[in-house]
Design a protein around this ligand. Structure first.
Ligand code: TYC
Length: 113
């Protein structure tokens, strides 16, 4: 069998500064929390504008974007993506800014999954 230098961390006889806690067991990895980005319905924003937003900021094709837009229109809201905190925050800001610049009342929010 191939020999390789053994680091202290690998050695079973290494001094245990960690007092024997979780050295052999599965290390606890922490996944960052995810955030849902939600689009809300209103009575004034044009359907094609919402479709454009979904294509532009959420990478959807026209058919997907149209379908999600219709879901929001009928159900009142829909999840349009799930992202890390920073990416979700950026998407919400992009959508809100774009809607405001076009004087549409479209609302976009995020919530922890
Ligand atoms: N309800 C809007 C209309 O009838 C369309 C719309 C869809 C608005 C989705 C916002 O997030 C929205 N023009």
């Amino acid at each position: 069998m191939t020999q390789r230098p053994q680091m202290m961390a690998d050695r079973k006889d290494a001094p245990e500064g960690d007092a024997g806690v979780a050295t052999k067991t599965r290390p606890k990895t922490q996944r960052p929390p995810l955030y849902k980005v939600l689009l809300l319905n209103d009575d004034y924003t044009p359907m094609e504008f919402v479709v454009h937003i979904l294509e532009r900021f959420f990478g959807m094709n026209h058919a997907q974007a149209f379908e999600i837009m219709l879901t929001v229109h009928k159900k009142g809201l829909a999840v349009v993506g799930v992202f890390s905190f920073e990416v979700a925050e950026t998407k919400v800001a992009q959508v809100m800014d774009f809607a405001r610049r076009h004087q549409h009342p479209l609302q976009c929010t995020m919530e922890k999954e």
